[in-house]
Every structure is written in structure tokens, then in C-alpha cells.
Design a protein. Structure first.
Lengths: 169, 445
């Protein structure tokens, strides 16, 4: 096995483990996967002409669906544990399917990893929704494993069809 | 000859409301005509189309509308519907274009709405087509402090009269700076709720310490923001005020504290206070000393579907609302202030907003309670504070005694009923403008 294949396997397992943390609601462990200086970013997707594709994804500095640092992520997780975060109490049942992993070495031993996801959400009695999109992560070695130093989530939706985004994608 | 009005859905003395207004298709269809094809509707902001030929795609109710800035820099609100068969002539969210071409047969319109090209016109129509009668359908448009409003009703009053004394309060948020505001967004998502539930909630401060306690608590812990309690809400000297359908809440400020906006934390408190103090002379010149020092707009709705700032509840059937969330920042504010407000805005409101996500199932179940057979027989109770609002020596409009009150919500449904029963604008009342608008701020600048 080449070192490149070994890295791919290592990261694929990293993402599968992350998916289980989310689906089993082990969110305190999940939030530990992010570095202290993380940017957790979900820009908006716009309808623009094909030849203006550079405008399709809103840049940092425009209004995003999520533009969070570690403190905000921790705050969200603490909120869910409060017993009064009504959007998620009772909680959603989720299933994160992560695939299409591409790994690219980055400077300073960091790695760029791109994945695609399908996330199923079921809530209350009959509410359900499927989210599809991609994640682009900047990964950094830390504590003998990997941590996410930047995550950009691109949703494949213009008008989000769900009632809210109370789960992590 | 007069007959009984069709809609009698609220008893103002008891606050009992007929739930069927949230779910019946026939009521909804009539709303689209009597309210959304008649009222002034907020549709966007001038800063979304800053340059000549910019356009922004928006909605008036369910009607798709293109907000354009033409070659003369004039704004237009044009129905996005080719006059030939009805195809949309714009399919993008925004952009820059002098002309819009229908992708069906190639009819092309200039961005002031004129039909300027019809392929093969002479041969196809035997030189008989009157293009001057086939421009894009245009709505009346006006602006207030950069926010763009439009109406389909030729007999509607001026936007200034429509806003009336509500502007006295709105100015304290939207009209503070000479350089105006800048809109970012929108993010868009679909709420399974009747549009009215999102609007009336703007004056419901009673829900805040229950619905939003988890968000407020973690923000106290992580950001150092003030605690939230029922007691504070009841003891607050803040008030509700109602003018012409617009339901506002405002804070009475005594010590020149800045507006505690979304995102402000212990670390950025000083920056916001300094900005407040640095801009206070300008605000005082624009709004007069009383409003500059004493009055801060709180949560508010602009009739019919403007929700808390420049945010739109777009009806999509009785049981669905497409929600558009923009954030407004003062154009000349320091970048760090804009950043904090932008991040705070998405973290609190919007699809993933910690506060807003907890509202949705509440509104959804208020909506669906009107669908079940026994539920719909049982009226809603909006009786809080009946008899405890009136005129006030310092504040224009109908003012509640307490911050916790359902006065504005009752008034909203009475206004809704007035629109639904009216044959035309002649049957719709407007409160006279009585406020003294001190300072230099106007509708336009």
C-alpha cells in the first residue's frame, strides 16, 4: 500500500467515525474534532448564469448560512444539552452518508479533503428531509490524529426546503 | 345598502380568534388579492442594485418580481412574466443586464419594462403588434431609507402615509446615518407555517423567556450577554406601539446605551459603545435629541409581511412560508462591527439561527391546530393586556402599558380583517400623522 492510499484510508475512517458521532449525538466528542481556530462556513448558493459561475457561491464577508468559530460551535452544542433547545428536543434522527473522498496534500503537512454527503433527517412524527452537498476541509495533524481547521459546506439547494437547520451537516 | 362584513375573526374585547384563517385555502386565496395585491410590500433594498443595470429577483406575495435599476438609475418593480405566454424573463437571483429575453420565443424587454424586441415581428404579426401595450407589468415603487416597497394598487396612499407615524420609530434603526444601510443576503428557506404566525410573533415578547431560554442562557455563558427572565420582561419599561398595521416594539433608553445588537459579546462591547458615542451627534442631527437618546426600535413587523428588519415572510399556500433573511448593517460602520453583526445575525436568526430555529415548530403547530376538526372549533386566546393600551404623551401611535402584551397581535388581526373586508383602499383607514419628525432625516435620506 502506498502512503497516499494509507492516508486515504485513514481519512475515510476519520469521516466515517465523524458521521457516527453526529448520528449517535455524541456532539461533545464531535466538537473536539475542530481546531481552536476553526472557521465553520456554509455560504449561500445562488442562481446565476453559467458563465458567471464565480458568483454562485457567496464569499466570506457576505451573509452566510453559517459562519462560526469554535466558541459558537461549542455554544450550539451546549444549547442542545440544555433540555430546552426545542428545535432539537425531542431530537432529530439523522443519518450522515459521507463519500467521494478526495485528498490533496497542502502546505505545512496539512491536508485538503473534499467529500460529498447525503444527510437524512427525520423529526417529530412525519417531518423528513434530505440534504445533499459537499464539504471541503482543511485538516491538521494534532494529538496523534487529525483536526478540522476549516470546513466549508456547500449545500446543493437555493431555497432550503427544510423548516430549519438545527442539525449539523 | 350595507351587508355584514364577510370576515369577523377576532373579538377585540376577548382576544378570541377564529383559527381557520391559518389553514383555509379560500381565505388564503382572498389574502393574495385583498392584502398582497393591495398593500405596500417590502421587496428589497437599494443596496442590492447599486449600479445601473443591476437587478435583484424578489417576490410580491407569490408574484415573481424583478427589481431593476434602469439606465437613468431609476428603480422599477416588474412582474417577471413575459406578456406573450407568461414564461419568466429572469431565472437568476441577481445580476447586471440591460435587457431580459424570454427563453420561450425570444421576446426581449429593457430593464424599464418596455418590450423592445419581438423576433420576426413584422412577418409574424403582419405589422399589427402594438409593443407599447405589452411591456412587463409594473408595480408602483417607492423607497424608505433605502428599503424598497412596491404595490399593485393604483389607489394606494403614498408610502409615507402608509408607514405614517411608524416611521418615527423605524427611523431609530433604519435611518440613523447619512450614508445609509447596506443589505446582505438573503438566505432563503421554507417554513411549514402560515405566514401570519411569523408576523404576529414579532410583538410577542411573552414567548422569549420560554421559547428562547436555551439560546439566551448559552449566550450569557459564552458571550457575556445579559440574562433573560420573565421578570425582566414584565418590569421592562419597553413598550409596544401600533400604527396602520405595523406592529412595533421599542425600548425607552435613559442612559445612552447602544443598541445591544446580535453578536455583541464581552470583547466587542467597548467597540460598539465607542461607535455609538462617535455617531451620536450625527444621529441627533438626523433624528432630534429625543429619538437619538431615548428611543430604540425593538422587534417589529411592517404590514403585511415584513418581519423584524428587512426580512420577508413570503406566502406559499396557507401552510407554507418561504422566509427570506437579510441582515442590514450601517454602510460606514467599521468592518469589525459589520462582521460581528453579520455573524450574530446568522447565529441567532436565519435557517440555522439558534433563536429562530426554536420558533418554527411552535408556529407550525399553531398553524396545524387549525386543521384538526375539534381544534379548529376552539378559538385562540389573545386576551393579554386587553384594555391596557392607549395614547401616550411622548409616543405616537397606540401604545401598550407593558412590554408583555398581546395588544399589537390583536391589532394586527383587526387590520388583517379590515383589509379582507375592504372593497378598495377607500374602505381602509389610515392613522393621521401626528408625530413630530425632528431632525433632518427624511423618507429618502
Amino acid at each position: 500500500m502506498t502512503s497516499r492510499q494509507a492516508l486515504w484510508l485513514e481519512l475515510m475512517e476519520f469521516y466515517i467515525r465523524e458521521a457516527w458521532l453526529l448520528d449517535e449525538r455524541r456532539l461533545r466528542e464531535w466538537v473536539d474534532l475542530f481546531t481552536e481556530d476553526v472557521l465553520y462556513f456554509m455560504p449561500r448558493r445562488k442562481n446565476v448564469p453559467r458563465r458567471e459561475a464565480h458568483r454562485e457561491v457567496t464569499p466570506l464577508g457576505d451573509l452566510a448560512l453559517l459562519e462560526e468559530d469554535k466558541r459558537y460551535l461549542e455554544m450550539r452544542v451546549a444549547r442542545l444539552d440544555s433540555g430546552m433547545a426545542w428545535a432539537e428536543d425531542p431530537p432529530s434522527r439523522t443519518r450522515h452518508l459521507i463519500g467521494n473522498l478526495l485528498v490533496e496534500p497542502h502546505e505545512g503537512g496539512e491536508v485538503l479533503a473534499k467529500t460529498a454527503f447525503i444527510v437524512y433527517r427525520s423529526h417529530h412524527e412525519t417531518d423528513q428531509q434530505i440534504f445533499a452537498g459537499s464539504r471541503e476541509d482543511l485538516l491538521r495533524r494534532a494529538d496523534g490524529g487529525w483536526k478540522i481547521a476549516r470546513r466549508t459546506i456547500l449545500l446543493d439547494a437555493n431555497v432550503l426546503l427544510d423548516k430549519n437547520l438545527s442539525i449539523f451537516l | 345598502m350595507s351587508s355584514a362584513p364577510k370576515y369577523s375573526i377576532i373579538d377585540p374585547a376577548t382576544g378570541k380568534i377564529d383559527r381557520r384563517i391559518y389553514s383555509e385555502q379560500a381565505v388564503y386565496d382572498e389574502e393574495m388579492e385583498k392584502i398582497f395585491a393591495r398593500a405596500w410590500l417590502m421587496i428589497g433594498h437599494e443596496s442590492l442594485v447599486p449600479r445601473v443595470d443591476d437587478y435583484f429577483h424578489t417576490y410580491m406575495g407569490e408574484d415573481p418580481v424583478i427589481l431593476t435599476r434602469d439606465r437613468q438609475s431609476r428603480l422599477h418593480a416588474l412582474l417577471n412574466m413575459c406578456r406573450h405566454r407568461g414564461n419568466r424573463v429572469v431565472r437568476c437571483d441577481d445580476g447586471n443586464a440591460g435587457r431580459f429575453m424570454c427563453t420561450y420565443h425570444g421576446w426581449a424587454y429593457s430593464n424599464d419594462g418596455a418590450l423592445v424586441h419581438v423576433p420576426g415581428e413584422s412577418a409574424a404579426y403582419y405589422d399589427g403588434l402594438d409593443r407599447s401595450q405589452l411591456g412587463l407589468v409594473e408595480a408602483r415603487l417607492d423607497t424608505y431609507a433605502g428599503m424598497v416597497f412596491a404595490t399593485w394598487a393604483g389607489d394606494a396612499p403614498s408610502l409615507e402615509a402608509y408607514l405614517g407615524d411608524a416611521r418615527w420609530y423605524l427611523d431609530t434603526f433604519f435611518n440613523r446615518r447619512d450614508s445609509g444601510m447596506q443589505a446582505l443576503g438573503p438566505m432563503k428557506w421554507m417554513e411549514p407555517v402560515n405566514w401570519k404566525t411569523t408576523v404576529d410573533n414579532c410583538s410577542d415578547n411573552y414567548h422569549v423567556p420560554t421559547t428562547h431560554l436555551s439560546s439566551a442562557s448559552v449566550q450569557t455563558r459564552y458571550l457575556g450577554r445579559p440574562r433573560l427572565s420573565h421578570r425582566d420582561q414584565f418590569e421592562s419599561s419597553n413598550k409596544h406601539v401600533f400604527v396602520n398595521g405595523h406592529a412595533l416594539t421599542f425600548r425607552e433608553v435613559s442612559d445612552d446605551t447602544f443598541r445591544y445588537t446580535h453578536g455583541v459579546s464581552t470583547e466587542t462591547l467597548k467597540l460598539f459603545q465607542e461607535y455609538h458615542e462617535a455617531t451620536l451627534p450625527e444621529v441627533e442631527r438626523r433624528l432630534g435629541a429625543f429619538r437619538a437618546h431615548r428611543v430604540q426600535l425593538g422587534n417589529h413587523s411592517i404590514f403585511p409581511n415584513g418581519v423584524l428588519g428587512l426580512r420577508l415572510a413570503l406566502p406559499r399556500g396557507p401552510l407554507r412560508t418561504e422566509f427570506w433573511h437579510f441582515v442590514l448593517v450601517e454602510r460606514d460602520a467599521p468592518e469589525e462591527i459589520k462582521r460581528v453583526i453579520r455573524i450574530g445575525s446568522q447565529a441567532n436568526n436565519g435557517a440555522a439561527g439558534m433563536f429562530e430555529q426554536d420558533d418554527i415548530d411552535n408556529w407550525r403547530q399553531v398553524t396545524s391546530a387549525s386543521q384538526s376538526r375539534v381544534g379548529r372549533r376552539t378559538p385562540q386566546d389573545l386576551s393579554m393586556g386587553v384594555g391596557h393600551s392607549g395614547t401616550h404623551p411622548d409616543y405616537p401611535g397606540l401604545v401598550s402599558e407593558r412590554y408583555i402584551s398581546e395588544s399589537n397581535q390583536r391589532r394586527f388581526y383587526l387590520r388583517w380583517q379590515e383589509f379582507m373586508n375592504a372593497g378598495s383602499w377607500a374602505d381602509i383607514s389610515l392613522d393621521p400623522i401626528t408625530a413630530k419628525f425632528e431632525g433632518t432625516a427624511t423618507m429618502r435620506a
